[in-house]
Ligand binder design. Structure first.
Ligand SMILES: Nc1ncnc2c1ncn2[C@@H]1O[C@H](COP(=O)(O)OP(=O)(O)OP(=O)(O)O)[C@@H](O)[C@H]1O
Length: 367
């Protein structure tokens, strides 16, 4: 089932928690609502579920307007942050719970219910744990039971509110990979709330990135990561370095690095801020005077202040002339070995991908 949200707003007293939210999620898509704490993700998810009243705007499931429909009628499976399993019930009984409640509606007898529970246990790969109680399970297993329970009645939409937040980092990582594959198999339209950018980038087909009750950007993980439309998105999605520069006569200058901007139009002379990710900077031991076909020339001169290796990657902290703060660059270990980089070395940098902003608006994107 596809979901469409139109002009949705929500106030709590004087506080404007959601401001004119618009997006669509296609049938079978896995969307992440991503943003910092307090940006309105849970409120939005609860409104889609029908657990929070809508003040302005509309919610459609396929073509049907469900804005004022009760949660029970929306045919939704919900997985919460904390597992919310019944402690006095076994895994199988927890999963069967929703089915038994709805048994009269679905005309299900015990045999049908047991068959469905078995099916769900297989789906979440917990067949052998049917008779355990929640206390006898790991956090990851409990969350899989919660997922099976949410899916028991074959909902058309699955909503997950920070489903992994109570788990430790390793289990969290394993479970999100598992969920990605699992979603691929079940193909239920799903929305997943998280404040963890890595999680959203790894799991979701589509990311809806929010900040202070508004949507900053919607796109695939690759689009939001590589083409952030606002400075907030660039900052929020992973490590970025900030480089101060200026445009003069249609040429961008950052230190000795220059980029011709005239192919993209005509630019007023102005100060700019460019964002570049640590792995999107090439590091050279000696100065190269080449002019690239994309109109860039020159390199940024930098000094290695610190370096440390972490498995296959080496992290360099570099200070640059005319830049107020040092920047971080990551390179493959093999390149570090070949070049014998050492603290105190002077090196030459070439940005491979720059996002340039003028007063928080993205004006240019290039490779
Ligand atoms: N019932 C309520 N009454 C008043 N304010 C509320 C209520 N529920 C949420 N808020 C406020 O609305 C804003 C959005 O809250 P929400 O829980 O949706 O954020 P969130 O992005 O899910 O945050 P988190 O990641 O911390 O869970 C917050 O500032 C919160 O304090």
């Amino acid at each position: 089932m596809g979901i469409m949200v139109q002009n949705l707003s929500k106030d709590f007293g004087d506080f404007n928690a959601l401001k004119n939210i618009n997006f669509t999620i296609e049938q079978g898509e896995f969307a992440a609502l991503l943003g910092p704490s307090g940006c309105g993700k849970t409120t939005l998810l609860r409104m889609i579920a029908g657990l929070e009243a809508t003040m302005a705007g509309e919610i459609y499931f396929d073509q049907q307007n469900v804005t004022h429909q009760s949660a029970q009628l929306r045919d939704i499976g919900f997985v919460f942050q904390n597992y919310a399993l019944f402690r006095h019930m076994t895994v199988a009984k927890n999963i069967a719970f929703g089915l038994r409640i709805k048994a009269s509606v679905f005309k299900r007898d015990s045999l049908t219910i047991n068959r469905r529970v078995k099916e769900l246990l297989e789906l979440v790969q917990l067949e052998t744990l049917a008779d355990r109680y929640p206390d006898q399970l790991s956090g990851g297993q409990r969350q899989r039971v919660a997922l099976a329970r949410a899916l028991a009645t074959k909902p058309k939409v699955l909503l997950l509110d920070e489903p992994f937040s109570a788990l430790d980092a390793k289990v969290r990582k394993d479970l999100r990979r598992w969920l990605r594959n699992f979603h691929h198999d079940i193909n239920v339209t799903s929305i997943f709330v998280t404040h963890d950018q890595e999680e959203a980038l790894e799991v979701a087909d589509k990311i809806i990135l929010m900040n202070q009750g508004k949507i900053e950007q919607i796109g695939t993980p690759e689009q939001v990561y590589k083409k952030p439309q606002t400075a907030f998105v660039a900052h929020f999605l992973g490590d970025v370095n900030l480089l101060h520069g200026y445009i003069e006569r249609n040429q961008l200058h950052i230190g000795d690095f220059k980029q011709d901007m005239s192919t993209q139009g005509s630019w007023a002379d102005q100060v700019t801020i460019a964002y570049v990710r640590p792995h999107e900077i090439a590091v050279f031991k000696s100065l190269s005077l080449r002019h690239d076909s994309n109109g860039s020339s020159g390199q940024l001169v930098a000094k290695i202040m610190r370096l440390h290796t972490a498995g296959p990657t080496v992290f360099l902290e570099l200070s640059l002339a005319h830049q107020p703060k040092p920047i971080d660059v990551s390179i493959p270990f093999s390149q570090y070995q070949q070049n014998h980089f050492m603290v105190g070395d002077i090196v030459y940098l070439q940005p491979l991908l720059l996002n340039i902003f003028v007063q928080d608006e993205l004006i240019e994107f290039m490779i």
